[in-house]
Write a protein that binds this ligand. Structure first.
Ligand SMILES: Nc1ncnc2c1ncn2[C@@H]1O[C@H](COP(=O)(O)OP(=O)(O)O)[C@@H](O)[C@H]1O
Ligand SMILES: O=C(O)[C@H](O)[C@@H](O)[C@H](O)[C@H](O)COP(=O)(O)O
Length: 470
């Protein structure tokens, strides 16, 4: 039995095939870059049809190479918070508004939730531009055409492939409209969103599994009998894929964006621990929650610097960075894309400071990466205050996989906690597969934590000193 694991990311869409123990099959990885439209006004959108086309190309590539023949389960990790408006026929009336978009604002004179703290404790979210409670009225106001209903990116793309694609509790929690305990839409959040349940995707039942539509099954006959598991928010999936499925270890993930999170087993209906004012909480599935903080800056800082500055590449870049002490670089504010909730600074709040005539492009990149480490360190301290023991940290995601300097800078900023690194860059897809299999207890072993993980030691100058436990 093999598993097709999909990652519906922000910079790319990926499909990879894993064996029953969630280990990747050699060569069975297809990836397509996707185009995020970014604007100075805070725009951060994706084209739904283009995104779907990229996913279809990935599946075609895997099918043509013969990788899909033993697949009987499909697991999906998908970015949280996205929303797209549909007309009555289910066609998009606009682009997918992603987590990066800071344009949504309150419409009319709504004062917001009656008891903001109670709202935050129930939904894990705030009345904020990142969530559907503010996004839906804003989208309706912007749209020249009446909007029939709203879906997120995974319901849109899976809705085009499967017989039905209800919203998973994990994805629903990322809208900010879900009561995290009852797993129903929160009445007050619906009122703020100006939405009725029929304007939203239906919520998937506990035992929901999807099947390909007949026309799609003709295209990929190898997947005709495969069961599709409910999509997991990429934050939850990345924790599990990093081996951080219990509160002893926090995951720090740096993909396009970044986040620090701690996962706990709290089945639906059980009391949720009090949520600190500045942290969010989402569902991984019916039995687990993840608490943390996210940043609009992550690997996109590197992408920007690489595009706009004359950076060396590959080993040359690593060698140049190795000369910058960890904690060094130029002081920066890395919030180029603005704040994630609950913060409110707008897109365009990035700053570079302390420049001199000897400042290099590499100093600027180092300063940006360092700036993110400091934001994470502050929030990790708050996150840690919610549990009774100090936590270890596992770094993961494509950006930290690519940069040894960034890993060391995190190790220094998060010391004295032990910091290790999940070298498998596909933590989202692998984590989604582990969630689909319900193998939370084995996540750390299957994710190879402690076996192939690099323990990251901070240095003040010079080259990396990774250590591999025997
Ligand atoms: N050498 C590097 N240093 C830092 N970041 C990098 C480097 N190479 C690539 N990245 C960043 O890694 C990110 C891709 O990580 P990934 O986990 O694949 O993202 P996503 O899942 O959001 O698509 C990109 O934003 C890219 O700019
Ligand atoms: O926990 C998390 O990771 C964040 O809460 C989540 O909102 C994330 O930032 C977006 O889903 C985009 O993720 P990528 O940057 O990995 O595409």
């Amino acid at each position: 039995m093999n598993i097709l694991a999909l990652d519906l990311g922000t910079s790319s869409v990926r499909g990879l095939v894993l064996d029953g123990e969630t280990q990747p099959l050699p060569g069975a990885l297809a990836r397509r870059k996707v185009n995020l439209a970014i604007g100075d006004d805070g725009t951060g959108t994706l084209s739904g049809p283009d995104y779907l086309a990229c996913l279809i190309e990935c599946l075609d590539e895997l099918a043509e190479a013969g990788h899909l023949h033993d697949v009987d389960l499909v697991a999906t990790s998908a970015q949280w918070h996205s929303v797209l408006p549909l007309d009555r026929d289910g066609s998009p009336l606009g682009p997918v508004v992603t987590w990066l978009d800071t344009r949504p604002r309150p419409v009319g004179d709504t004062p917001g939730p009656a008891d903001p703290d109670g709202f935050h404790q129930r939904t894990g979210c705030w009345w904020h531009r990142s969530y559907w409670s503010m996004r839906l009225p804003w989208l309706r106001e912007q749209s020249g055409t009446p909007i029939a209903r709203f879906v997120g990116l995974p319901e849109y793309v899976l809705g085009e492939l499967l017989q039905a694609a209800p919203m998973s509790v994990s994805q629903a929690s990322g809208t900010g409209l879900l009561d995290l305990s009852s797993l129903r839409w929160d009445e007050e959040a619906l009122t703020l969103a100006g939405a009725r349940p029929r304007d939203l995707p239906s919520l998937g039942e506990l035992d929901w599994h999807g099947r390909l539509r007949p026309d799609r099954a003709r295209r990929w006959p190898q997947l005709a009998e495969a069961r599709w598991a409910p999509p997991v928010g990429d934050g939850g999936a990345s924790n599990v894929g990093s081996g951080c499925a219990d509160p002893s270890r926090a995951a720090v993930t740096v993909g396009t964006s970044a986040a620090v999170r701690l996962m706990q087993r709290i089945p639906a209906g059980e009391p949720l621990p009090r949520l600190p004012e500045r942290l969010w909480r989402y569902r991984v599935d019916h039995d687990h929650v993840v608490t943390g903080a996210a940043y609009s800056s992550g690997g996109n800082l590197f992408a920007w610097a690489n595009r706009e500055l004359r950076l060396p590449s590959g080993d040359e870049l690593d060698a140049a960075l190795a000369l910058v002490p960890t904690g060094g670089g130029r002081p920066t504010d890395p919030r180029f894309g603005g704040d994630r909730p609950p913060g409110l600074v707008p897109a365009g709040s990035g700053e570079l400071r302390g420049l001199s005539f000897s400042t290099t492009a590499v100093d600027i990149l180092a300063g940006l990466m360092q700036g993110l480490c400091e934001l994470v360190a502050d929030d990790l301290a708050v996150l840690e205050s919610t549990v009774d023991k100090p936590v270890g940290v596992v770094l993961g995601g494509g950006a930290v996989a690519a940069s040894v300097w960034w890993r060391q800078a995190f190790a220094a900023a998060l010391a004295p906690r032990p910091v290790s690194h999940q070298r498998n860059p596909e933590i989202g897809a692998t984590g989604a597969a582990l969630v689909a299999l319900g193998r939370f207890g084995e996540a750390a072993e299957l994710a190879d934590i402690g076996r192939t993980d690099e323990l990251v030691l901070p240095t003040t100058t010079g080259r990396s000193h990774p250590q591999y436990p025997s």
